[in-house]
Design a protein around this ligand. Structure first.
Ligand code: ADP
Ligand code: MG
Length: 343
């Protein structure tokens, strides 16, 4: 496995909207301290398409809503929106596109109901608004609006495949960045690429926020001299500016990916998540959490063909049990709710 290698700069042919998200011009939106207990953002990403991101998003939405939480699902797969179909919602009357392009002021105006009590949906754009076309100002508007949402307990963002800055930026605003991976070398490879890209995107945003680009860039460029882990980057910065290093360390420690291995067929497959967690710790010094595996289950694809979430269609199936466990783990990671703290 290779040490951190900086992602190649964007090719000159890169769309202007992506070029516009260079480190200095990147997000000026970031989670401002711990979110109130009443609102958590879960982003569901992964390097590849067809690995179950939408299946996981839709069913986690159902599981959390069934547990009594108010949930808003957002189809943020800007190029291939189909979350409404996973939920059995017909062609949506309003979509994210109406919010971004037609001057709708609030997300409430474009929400549609899913038929599941407590679960609303913002359907994805059905037009040509894809990841590359999302303009910088539109992205900032959406990020800001998502971060300031207080009407739902959980916002779940179903992301598209790939590692475009737009996708990474939605992943990085989440309290829980869920990374879906299949227990196959190609998927694991894409997952690593996704985490690496997200890590560097976050590093860029952090260094821009604190004005320490030169320090961090300097530290990264000395990797041939043994620089490898997150700690190496911080240690290098610390030699020159101890207080900047402290800030950097604090911000980077918040970068914590939660793994979901999907379509596990064997016991060995179920251990892939744990193996990925220890490999990342060892090679890059980054902590990840293994949320558990979901079994490959014919009920999962059968439910999609019926346009129903498997949790509603086959609540006792293996995959549904796994989804319930993952939902419960996510809730427990958030700690006790304020109500339960009242004696
Ligand atoms: N655990 C599973 N067992 C069996 N089939 C699955 C499972 N998870 C997903 N699938 C199948 O994979 C397909 C793609 O899933 P989807 O959620 O649309 O992927 P993505 O959003 O990552 O592109 C689903 O339509 C379903 O048929
Ligand atoms: Mg999808």
């Amino acid at each position: 496995m290779r040490a951190f290698v900086k992602p190649a700069p964007l090719p000159p042919s890169a769309p202007a909207s992506l070029a516009g998200t260079s480190p200095r011009q990147g997000n000026d939106v970031s989670p401002s301290g711990p979110a109130p207990r009443s609102r958590r953002i879960i982003a569901v990403g992964g390097g590849k398409g067809g690995i179950g991101k939408s299946m996981v998003s839709a069913n986690l939405g159902v599981a959390l809503a069934q547990a009594g939480h108010k949930v808003l699902l957002v189809d943020a797969d800007l190029g291939g929106a189909n979350l409404h179909t996973c939920l059995g919602v017909g062609p949506p009357e309003s979509t994210l596109s109406d919010f971004l392009r037609r001057g709708k002021a609030s997300l409430e105006e474009v929400m549609v109901s899913t038929g599941v009590p407590g679960l609303s949906l913002i359907a994805g754009a059905q037009d040509s608004l894809d990841a590359a076309n999302l303009k910088y100002a539109q992205k900032q508007k959406l990020l800001r609006t998502l971060l300031s949402q207080t009407t739902a307990d959980y916002l779940i963002l179903d992301l598209g495949a790939g590692t475009s800055f737009n996708t990474l930026d939605f992943f990085l605003i989440a309290d829980h960045g869920l990374l879906v991976v299949l227990p196959e070398p190609t998927s694991v490879e894409n997952a690593y690429r996704f985490v690496k890209a997200a890590f560097f995107r976050m590093l860029q945003q952090t260094e821009a926020r604190y004005g320490i680009q030169d320090l961090v860039e300097g530290a990264l460029s000395t990797r041939e001299g043994g620089l490898r882990t997150l700690h190496d980057v911080v240690a290098q910065v610390r030699r020159k500016a101890p207080s900047d290093a402290e800030r950097l360390e604090r911000e980077l420690a918040a970068f914590r990916v939660r793994l979901v291995v999907n379509q596990a067929r064997t016991d060995a497959d179920e251990k892939v998540g744990a193996a990925m967690v220890s490999a990342w710790k060892k090679f890059f010094g980054i902590d990840m959490d293994d949320l558990g595996a979901l079994r490959y289950d014919d009920e999962a694809w059968r439910a999609v063909r019926k346009r129903k979430p498997v949790l509603l269609e086959r609540p006792d199936s293996l995959v549904s049990q796994g989804l319930q466990r993952i939902a419960a783990r996510l809730v427990s990671l958030d700690g006790p709710s304020p109500e339960s703290a009242i004696p």
